[in-house]
Ligand binder design. Structure first.
Ligand code: AMP
Length: 290
């Protein structure tokens, strides 16, 4: 990647990062935070660019958080490429990259964690028990380390965005949580670091997730108010892809992430998840019923 932007400062200690940010805020600068697990793509870049457009100084964090992976998940294999990530951060306008080692974030056994309520039990939380507690714990730590800021999260991980927003409110954290639109490949596949796991044949079929969401949204917008019918339609579209193993297809209230009252009414969020080989992919789309 080429670009004229200057390389960001790389900080790997909490103390060093806090000192820089305290100084920036004392000088009147607004701070933006973009938490990531690295292996950055154009989706991450869009978050950094949005943060840059609304703040004077942007911190991108890169940390593959062990707490949000269950035993047997892809923590060890998760793709990593710090040099490439630094180039993306420079290009997108991050001033600081916070890339702590595991010991810096978790110096000893983790005793105190964030425990989430029902928002974390459904959808991805049902097949990844403890995942969102791990996400919320590391995000709470990042919010505590960075302090007053605006923090940018992708709508691509809609359940995560909903949970983080709620946590910031429930714990009175001094952070404005901003949701940003999903960046996609030209064929509709949402960008994800995990797309790197897809074989050629799986990559060809993976846009079926987006097509399922579009089929569900078209049904809702044509007047279908039976959530189960919308979910069945999305599941059928995913089922048409021979390499997809569906996890869920859901039509939910965007605030509670539950099916709520039938019939569907007002804003509806459609969410899908499926495995293609080793890759577990998710996607979602908003629509309006009634
Ligand atoms: P990750 O590195 O996968 O943990 O993602 C870090 C942040 O980037 C999260 O807020 C994600 O929701 C966001 N993100 C990931 N993929 C996309 C995408 N395709 N478009 C927009 N944001 C994304």
């Amino acid at each position: 990647m080429t670009g004229s932007a200057s390389r960001p400062v790389v900080e790997d200690t909490i103390r060093g990062l806090r000192a820089r940010l305290d100084e920036a805020r004392a000088g009147g600068q607004r701070v933006g935070l973009v938490p990531t697990m690295g292996f950055l793509h154009a989706g991450h870049r869009s978050l950094i660019e949005r943060a840059r457009s609304e703040n004077d100084l942007v911190v991108a964090s890169i940390f593959v958080n062990p707490l949000q992976f269950s035993p047997g998940e892809d923590f060890d294999d998760y793709p990593r490429d710090l040099d490439h990530d630094l180039a993306v951060c420079a290009w997108a306008g991050a001033g600081i990259v916070f890339a702590p080692g595991r010991h810096e974030m978790y110096p000893g056994p983790v005793v105190t964690t964030v425990r989430l309520g029902t928002l974390a039990d459904v959808l991805c939380g049902a097949s990844r028990p403890g995942h969102f507690d791990g996400v919320a714990t590391v995000v709470a730590k990042l919010f505590s380390i960075v302090g007053e800021c605006s923090a940018y999260f992708g709508e691509k991980d809609f359940q995560q965005l909903t949970i983080v927003r709620r946590m910031a409110r429930d714990l009175s954290l001094p952070v404005r949580v901003v949701g940003c639109p999903t960046v996609r490949e030209p064929d509709g596949l949402a960008l994800s670091s995990r797309n790197a796991y897809l074989s050629e044949a799986e990559r060809v079929q993976a846009p079926v997730l987006r097509r399922a969401l579009e089929a569900g949204a078209a049904l809702v917008e044509a007047g279908e108010t039976d959530g189960a019918a919308v979910e069945a339609r999305m599941a059928a579209v995913i089922g048409s892809a021979s390499l997809a193993r569906i996890d869920y297809a859901a039509a939910v209230d965007p605030a509670t992430l539950t099916r709520g009252q039938q019939p569907l009414q007002g804003d509806v969020r459609l969410l899908v998840a499926a495995r293609f080989g080793k890759a577990r992919l998710i996607d979602n789309l908003g629509c309006r019923a009634g």
